[in-house]
Design a protein around this ligand. Structure first.
Ligand code: UTP
Length: 292
């Protein structure tokens, strides 16, 4: 791709899901089962992100997987035997639910041979995304938003062009848990990003605006990732590559509207399950009975 010919406002139709991490904060559950396949009420965690991408206009889905992650491929594949059995037994409602998992989207998988960090995982999707702006969803951050959170980022891209990052204001003591941006407001919750710092302590944080699991990225990110030096544990940070990108192309941040459910830890996952289940009158009763 010729960077000079890059259209800064190209339509976003692809979304990449880095899902090759080790999930160490959720061991031993994630020893053989991908974190992304743990259930959130009635479906795997990653299904929420894929639904968000499709609802945002990104029916081309690229999932980055690794060892022990094959169940994700099976989940999104057609299940002919199951469908035939459900049809034969007249279980049309279940048949529709099963068909819906694979219908209306085109899903491809790419392997990350070693979990060398989020930046490295994104780079594994380069053959599919090298010519277009594309979305990135971190599947363990489930976002409940209306309109869908990825579409809120796409709206900013459509208006201003360039890359866009989801931001959330966090408390001063929590800055050390996230990537934090230095940014100037351009109005309506949108910021022009000038710098990004990975997990700064409260004293060094340039703001309280934290980067949260949703991005629209320029294909120019790929040569930037190649330039990033590995940090602690040999990991290549996406934040470092976006910092290099922000020197060359516009990178915007938008304070999204919606609820983030961090399913990457046992406590976060449990909270997310209870929170989602409480929306369903039948499951709500189950929880009320359990705690009474
Ligand atoms: P996380 O840091 O939340 O996931 O990365 P992790 O590394 O799997 O979990 P812990 O920290 O060991 O508990 C955010 C997303 O990036 C993916 C993860 O799968 C997750 O969806 N990721 C992370 C990769 O795909 N490859 C990596 O090398 C690192």
């Amino acid at each position: 791709m010729n960077v000079l010919s890059l259209n800064m406002k190209a339509p976003v139709t692809k979304c990449l899901f880095p899902a090759a991490g080790l999930g160490t904060r959720f061991l031993p559950a994630t020893k053989e089962t991908p974190k992304e396949m743990l259930p959130l009420v009635d479906r795997p965690i990653i299904a929420y992100g894929v639904e968000e991408a499709v609802a945002s206009g990104c029916a081309d889905v690229i999932i980055i997987t690794g060892r022990t992650k094959r169940s994700m491929e099976d989940y999104f594949d057609r299940s002919w035997e199951l469908e035939a059995m459900l049809r034969q037994r007249g279980k049309d409602d279940l048949l529709a639910i099963v068909r819906n998992v694979s219908e209306g989207k085109k899903i491809v998988f790419a392997r990350q041979p070693e979990p060398l960090g989020l930046g490295h995982a994104v780079n594994c999707g380069e053959p599919f995304c090298r010519n277009d702006f594309f979305g990135v969803i971190l599947p363990d951050d489930v976002m409940i938003g209306e309109p869908p959170v990825l579409s809120q980022l796409i709206a900013v891209h459509d208006r201003l062009g360039g890359s866009v990052i989801a931001l959330e204001e966090v408390s001063q003591q929590d800055t050390s848990r996230y990537g934090i941006v230095a940014a100037e407001s351009v109005g309506e919750g949108v910021y022009r990003i000038h710098d990004l710092v990975e997990k700064p302590g409260p004293q060094n944080a340039p703001s309280r605006l934290a980067i949260m699991g949703r991005y629209i990225l320029s294909p120019s990110i790929f040569p930037m990732i190649e330039q990033v030096q590995p940090g602690a544990g040999g990991e290549i940070q996406l934040t470092d590559a976006i910092r290099l990108l922000s020197d060359r192309e516009p990178v915007w941040g938008v304070v999204y509207s919606g609820t983030r459910l961090d399913c990457g830890t046992q406590s976060g996952w449990l909270y997310a399950n209870v929170r989602m289940a409480m929306k369903d009158p039948v499951l709500r009763k189950v929880i009320e009975n359990a705690i009474s």
